[in-house]
Design a protein around this ligand. Structure first.
Ligand SMILES: CC(C)(COP(=O)(O)OP(=O)(O)OC[C@H]1O[C@@H](n2cnc3c(N)ncnc32)[C@H](O)[C@@H]1OP(=O)(O)O)[C@@H](O)C(=O)NCCC(=O)NCCS
Length: 154
């Protein structure tokens, strides 16, 4: 674990009781946050939804769908005050282990080209661009493309 964090992050499954805390983080860090319904749907669908907790405080979360031997990282978030302390990389490593443990051969995700922090994180973990989805995301000036990144897990 990163020496930047004084506290050891702990992981536990997200439950419906976490959604208020998740929505508060989500609304603060994304211009177009997931809704309460997005998270409750992900829980109801049985996606892999995990919280990361430091010193009793919810500081991040991930949502991963594994189907047909592929993992899709749908959400990876670190609360604003906890960013740049190694948690994003820690959380991504947790997701890669989870995906391998569930038998996925590869993991994919979409990211906004403007999200330089996330792209730097994923690139440093070995993800490579495999496609561009035009106008995938809402954006202030219309729509923004999505870069599709993939990492082979075999
Ligand atoms: C992307 C995100 C998860 C990174 O989490 P974090 O805890 O700040 O990241 P870390 O401290 O573990 O840093 C890991 C790497 O990410 C990159 N990074 C993180 N923040 C960055 C920033 N502001 N600018 C550039 N690179 C950044 C760096 O490559 C960094 O490695 P380094 O410290 O060796 O330079 C976090 O910024 C976040 O939650 N952002 C909002 C939600 C989001 O965009 N999620 C991804 C959607 S696809």
């Amino acid at each position: 674990m990163s020496a930047q964090l004084d506290l050891v992050p702990r992981y536990r499954r997200m439950t419906a009781a976490d959604i208020d805390a998740v929505i508060a983080i989500e609304g603060a860090i994304y211009p177009y946050p997931w809704t309460r319904g997005n998270f409750s749907d992900a829980l109801a669908a049985g996606y892999h939804c995990w919280m990361v907790v430091c010193g009793g405080e919810s500081v991040g979360y991930v949502v991963v769908l594994v189907a047909a031997g592929e993992a899709h990282l749908l959400n990876l978030s670190v609360a604003g005050p906890w960013q740049r302390r190694g948690l994003g990389r820690e959380l991504l490593n947790y997701v890669l282990k989870l995906a391998r443990d569930t038998g996925a051969g590869k993991i994919l995700l979409e990211v906004r080209p403007s999200n330089r922090a996330a792209i730097a994180l994923y690139s440093s973990a070995g993800f490579a661009e495999i496609a561009l989805r035009r106008g995938y995301y809402p954006a202030g000036s219309g729509r923004e493309d999505a870069i599709v990144l993939q990492l082979d897990l075999d």
